[in-house]
Design a protein around this ligand. Structure first.
Ligand code: SF4
Length: 431
């Protein structure tokens, strides 16, 4: 879970990177890093608004940036990484995970490489250095063709900016025109939001090179698209668009199909904000059951001085029930997924304590039964409630009156295609 960004040939790239990373903040809140022209770098734990303040401004007309939620390596490590390779100096920012990173790192170390971080991302720098070419682009191509998955990356060199995706296209990446130059980001909505135009997807298996001579594209591998279905279910912004269209619309259809498959009946539909909102709208439209604000989301929890002492307290602060809406009602709550089950259990309890007659739970994705090796932190296998328990047991555990998930076929229909990774949902991992 990370967001990456890049800027080429735009004055005050620092400000542009700030705005791009701010728009990608939902993809990672642990740390922020940017590298600008001449490899000037700022990295720190914290949010974009805390790390990239006006007082830290650095000049430069190009750069790359990263927001991180750690999935591999220590959570004290912050990207981008800078390395001096035999092909020149590079800074790299990476979204995704290399599933066999450990054996690759061990084999490089045995051959004499010295690793400076615990991040799988560093493997790219070692491979670029070891590539049997003197040319930097050929070396980068060689490195990518040896690592099947999972990555979307931006690389800054002395006179070039490079954007690339693995041949499966697990993680998204887009670029567009901005003023006299170019901007790159994990999600297209972020590029639109800063006023970029002519927005194009970096294709799976493609390297896009930005330099003073313009754009050059190199296809370095045959594509076999397996886009992460979780980007559609939960991870990305609702205003983003991927290969099968808009994320909000896909979630809306997930809600519609969830109703068609489950036929759940009730008095009101309550979305779990923000993740279940689009799905709840779709469910409500299809079922003709009115949608209501029964749980209000407190957006400012992070700024509280009185820290909650346990998970129950955290959820109570995050989602505030409105008793007048809930009392004596048969309530259907809609959320995107259940991972460990602890949050849903608290929500059901809270709704019942506030007078709900019945609480039914609709999940607009199939049960999460496996971990993600490609860069989303869906927890370990034994922490996933749907891996450990049957649907009936989960229903008992969360103490709801009904529980319905969307089917895998329903999910594919809602998204609109099947060039998707569904590994954590059906254990059919593409790599
Ligand atoms: Fe996405 Fe799940 Fe595949 Fe990971 S395993 S890439 S979270 S669909």
């Amino acid at each position: 879970m990370c967001g990456i960004a890049g800027v080429w040939n735009v004055e005050k790239s620092y400000n542009v990177l700030h705005d791009l990373l701010l728009g990608l903040q939902h993809r990672g809140q642990e740390s922020v890093g940017i590298v600008l022209e001449d490899f000037k770098m700022i990295k720190s734990k914290g949010l974009v608004s805390q790390v990239l303040s006006e007082s830290n401004f650095l000049p430069g007309n190009c750069g790359i940036g990263h927001v991180r939620y750690s999935t591999y390596g220590s959570n004290t490590e912050i990207q981008p990484l800078i390395g001096i390779t035999s092909k020149g100096k590079f800074a790299i920012a990476h979204n995704g995970n290399i599933p066999d990173a450990e054996s690759r790192i061990n084999s490089l170390v045995e051959k004499g490489s010295v690793f400076n971080s615990t991040l799988d991302t560093e493997i790219f720098l070692h491979y670029i250095s070891l590539a049997p070419y003197s040319d930097a682009i050929l070396s980068i191509q060689w490195a990518f063709s040896r690592i099947p998955s999972a990555y979307s990356v931006v690389i800054l060199g002395k006179d070039k900016l490079i954007a690339a995706r693995d041949r499966f296209g697990f993680r998204p990446l887009f670029y567009g025109r901005y003023k006299n130059g170019y901007v790159i980001a994990s999600e297209d909505s972020v590029l639109y939001s800063i006023g970029a135009n002519q927005i194009v997807e970096v294709l799976p298996g493609e390297i896009v090179i930005f330099s003073d001579s313009g754009i050059e594209k190199v296809k370095y591998a045959n594509t076999d698209v397996k886009f992460c279905s979780f980007e559609y279910i939960y991870f990305s912004r609702p205003d983003s668009n991927f290969l099968y269209g808009n994320v909000h619309r896909a979630r809306y259809r997930m809600g519609e199909i969830l109703f068609e498959e489950s036929n759940m009946a009730g008095d009101i539909v309550i979305p779990i904000l923000d993740s279940g909102f689009s799905g709840a709208l779709g469910f409500s439209a299809a079922s003709k059951i009115p949608i209501e604000l029964g749980l209000m989301r407190n957006r400012y929890l992070g700024r509280s001085f009185i820290m909650p002492e346990n998970r129950e307290e955290i959820i109570r602060r995050k989602l505030v029930p409105i008793p007048e809406v809930i009392k004596d009602k048969e309530v259907i709550i809609i959320d995107d997924s259940i991972v460990r089950g602890t949050t849903m259990k608290q929500i059901v309890k809270m709704l019942k304590e506030n007078g709900a007659r019945k609480v039914k739970v609709g999940i607009h994705s199939p049960p999460v039964i496996g971990p993600c090796p490609y860069g989303i932190d869906t927890s370990r296998k034994n922490e996933l409630i749907a891996n450990q328990k049957s649907i009936g047991e989960i229903l008992n555990e969360i103490n709801a009156d009904e529980l319905h998930y969307l089917s895998v076929e329903g999910l594919k229909k809602a998204i609109g295609g099947d060039n998707l990774c569904l590994g954590c949902l059906n254990l059919n991992y593409p790599v």
